[in-house]
Design a protein around this ligand. Structure first.
Ligand code: MF3
Ligand code: CO
Ligand code: CO
Length: 289
């Protein structure tokens, strides 16, 4: 079962094992002996898969760039959804959320106390002071990229504006914590420590995830965590970081009627930013933003 140094690598690169993944496998084996939780082979993408995921992520970023000028007071979230659907189709890509586990729209648009998975609606019209998350996942050539951004409509309460900007900072701190062979716990620890310092709370039940060959893959990426705990992040892993941070308490609930929309329990506003990332031997790379 064990590959010889001169055998062809398991990753599909066509290279000899010794000049491909041998060093990484040895390093992970050593870490396993020290008690670290090692990723499965399925969590590690091949060079060809990585190229596909990079391209899908680039297109996902283009979709968010495209929608940006339309995110204005008076527009309904359904209109934004339609624009994203049409644009995505026009570039031969697929809005991956549409039909995913029965999800009815092309993107998630979450306003104010909606934490995530807000369903675009003709009744949700953006108004002065709103903070809005647009979360987009695109499939291209069978590969997936996933990212989200916040938008502020008109005059936003400075406390809410700070929440939006600090949540971006929390994402960036999570990215900074992402060193080769670090753990998922390192990311969550960086994000949660900062959020707590600023007096916010981090949503615990929903987090980031592996992404690339499907919308949601293992591992789960918690935004709370402890240094050195949870899976090691090895080169070749593609995953999201997407902290949801609440101005008030961390508790959330799901809309019983639509089965999707997640709200803060206390009605306080919530912000979220998301990147798709690739770990390499040299460090982390942002694929979709
Ligand atoms: N883009 C979301 C994420 O970051 C996925 C939403 S799935 C949907 O994980 F069905 F709600 F659209
Ligand atoms: Co997303
Ligand atoms: Co995601």
């Amino acid at each position: 079962m064990k590959l010889g140094r001169n055998d062809i690598c398991w990753c599909g690169s066509g290279k000899k094992y010794k000049s491909c993944h041998l060093m990484m496998d040895e390093k992970l084996e050593q870490m396993k002996l020290k008690g670290f939780k090692i990723p499965t082979k399925k969590m590690i993408k091949t060079p060809l898969q990585i190229e596909g995921i990079r391209e899908a992520s680039r297109i996902n970023t283009m979709v968010l760039d495209y929608i940006t000028p339309y995110v204005k007071e008076g527009v309904s979230t359904e209109e934004l959804d339609k624009l994203i659907y049409d644009y995505t189709k026009s570039i031969n890509a697929v809005p991956a959320c549409l039909g995913y586990e029965g999800y009815p729209k092309s993107v998630c648009i979450s306003v104010n106390d909606v934490v995530c998975h807000g369903i675009p609606s003709a009744d949700t019209i953006l108004k002065d002071g709103d903070i809005v998350n647009i979360d987009c996942t695109t499939m291209y050539n069978g590969f997936f990229g996933d990212s989200s951004r916040m938008f502020m409509i008109g005059n936003v309460d400075p406390v809410w504006e700070k929440l939006v900007n600090d949540t971006k900072k929390a994402l960036d701190l999570g990215v900074e914590a992402c060193k080769p062979y670090c753990t998922i716990g390192d990311i969550g620890y960086a994000i949660n420590s900062f959020a707590k310092e600023q007096g916010y709370s981090v949503v615990r039940e929903i987090g980031g995830h592996g992404v690339g060959l499907a919308i949601h893959e293992d591992p789960y990426v918690s935004h709370i965590g402890l240094p050195g705990k949870d899976y090691v992040i090895a080169p070749g892993m593609t995953f999201t970081i997407e902290p949801m941070i609440n101005l008030g308490a961390p508790d959330i609930y799901q809309d019983a009627e639509d089965g999707w929309t997640i709200y803060t329990e206390d009605g306080s506003p919530s912000a979220q930013w998301e990147y798709t990332l690739l770990m390499t031997e040299k460090g982390v790379e942002i694929l979709a933003q």
